[in-house]
Design a protein. Structure first.
Length: 132
């Protein structure tokens, strides 16, 4: 009896993980993506998704591991300005391995200034002067 097996079973775990996220079954999604990453540790997209899930659950050790992998794979760095949830991550002891991993990373280009100077576009039309 010939048993049919998918050509790329690890990738099916990745797809399953994405479907589970869509169904709001985050814990199962993390398991599927973790299983996929065991076979495909260099898939940056999977690390990114896994890290976002860990951040939502405030699993900062996993966030640190995921961000470190992303830095090593593609040079991605994050800071508190990227997402308010990173503030609690960087304040946690679990962020230490990541901070250590990126300490020699080149500085990120500064974002262009906005009228409020806080990095956020508040829906202003940048073509005209505003009267405040």
């Amino acid at each position: 009896k010939v048993q049919k097996t998918p050509a790329n079973e690890p990738y099916l775990e990745f797809l399953r993980g994405n479907i589970l996220i869509a169904l709001d079954r985050k814990a199962e999604a993390r398991e599927s993506i973790a299983s996929y990453l065991e076979s495909e540790p260099e898939d940056a997209q999977a690390h990114f998704i896994s890290t976002q899930l860990a951040l939502e659950e405030e699993d900062y050790a996993s966030v640190a591991a995921g961000l470190t992998a992303l830095f090593e794979l593609v040079g991605l760095t994050v800071d508190e300005s990227d997402d308010p949830r990173f503030e609690a991550f960087f304040a946690s002891e679990e962020s230490a391995p990541y901070r250590e991993a990126i300490k020699d990373a080149p500085p990120r280009p500064k974002r262009p200034a906005t009228p409020h100077g806080d990095g956020h576009d508040h829906g202003h039309d940048h073509g005209h002067d505003h009267v405040h």
